[in-house]
Design a protein around this ligand. Structure first.
Ligand code: ASP
Length: 321
């Protein structure tokens, strides 16, 4: 295949809505499953209609940011002082172009700002007030921080504070026994021309210290794409994903050592565990293989292989209903 001949057979897509350790009685969570199915279906339809991998992951993450059930955009978890501090990144496998943003609370769609940074500035990474000023200059929609805050997240923050914990979004705070919990959203895609892209957006960890930055906006850690290897989007204890250099480690094992996607992701996840972290990733390689490994009790995920069927799963075990 070459880049002038689109081939629908090459299309793949995967989506995550975070990982964590929900209570054993959390049940089948039909609402979350419905959202994952709908968003993956919409992204896949875009790819079928000829959209680029970049457009598909941008749209999927934007839709997830608008859903209060997941930890990004509306419904993002809150930092210790009760404020949303949002991070996002996007990576284009074609030429390693990328854009990232951290610590913002006034930009309606952090992933749209990351994309604009990539395409409309000479830079790749913006933070805080400068990022928000840039968003205004670029004409992106601005909102008040309260726009992102939900009653559930305020309760979750209080529970995390009572437990003295810094938690992942989906963790069961009642019995959370370590200092972590997640819920980030992310998407990876391979389009009809074989190009790869990845996008991730998050509120980070509940009860995190103000100013803390996780792996999500760090290109080569929580978000990465290179057409020669894979597109990767992570969720989990950001500090451990940064320490393991997750996205770039997957790339290096595939591009330089000839490893399979499964093996490269499993090794990177072992490294996360070694650095005391939990979580998982979604990844698609240049051949269209998909890997969805995680070492928490659950990872909310949906994926579409060559057969075009949208599959959804939360707990361990493969092709969830
Ligand atoms: N990885 C994110 C962070 O550390 C959290 C998550 O995945 O929910 O900011």
């Amino acid at each position: 295949m070459n880049s002038s001949s689109p081939d629908p057979e090459t299309i793949r897509f995967a989506l995550h809505g975070g990982a964590g350790d929900p209570p054993p009685g959390a049940g089948p969570q039909p609402q979350q499953r419905d959202v994952l199915r709908r968003v993956a279906g919409e992204a896949h339809a875009l790819l079928r209609a000829g959209a680029s991998a970049l457009d598909a992951v941008t749209r999927a993450v934007e839709l997830m940011e608008d859903c209060p059930l997941f930890n990004a955009g509306i419904g993002a978890v809150l930092s210790r002082d009760g404020q949303p501090e949002l991070d996002a990144a996007i990576a284009d496998g074609t030429d390693r172009a990328c854009g990232a943003v951290t610590g913002i609370s006034r930009v309606r769609s952090p992933i749209r700002l990351a994309r604009a940074i990539m395409e409309r500035t000479p830079h790749v990474f913006f933070g805080g007030a400068g990022a928000e000023r840039l968003a205004a200059e670029l004409g992106l929609e601005l909102v008040e921080p309260g726009f992102f805050i939900t009653a559930e997240r305020l309760q979750q923050l209080e529970a995390a504070k009572r437990a003295g914990a810094i938690t992942l979004d989906h963790d069961d705070h009642a019995f959370c026994d370590d200092d972590a919990a997640f819920g980030t959203v992310g998407a990876v895609a391979r389009d009809s021309r074989g190009h790869l892209a990845a996008a991730t957006s998050t509120g980070g960890l509940s009860n995190k210290l103000p100013g803390r930055v996780g792996d999500t906006p760090v290109i080569g850690a929580g978000t990465f794409a290179d057409d020669r290897s894979a597109a990767v989007s992570c969720t989990g204890t950001g500090e451990s994903f940064i320490r393991s250099g997750f996205g770039h480690a997957v790339h290096a094992r595939i591009a330089w050592c000839g490893w399979t996607l499964d093996r490269a992701c499993a090794e990177a996840l072992e490294s996360v565990a070694h650095y005391h972290g939990r979580g998982g990733c979604i990844a698609i390689d240049a051949q269209g293989n998909i890997a969805l490994p995680f070492n928490a009790r659950s990872m909310y995920r949906a994926w579409v292989e060559a057969d075009g069927v949208v599959r959804v799963a939360i707990g361990p075990g493969g092709d969830g209903a």
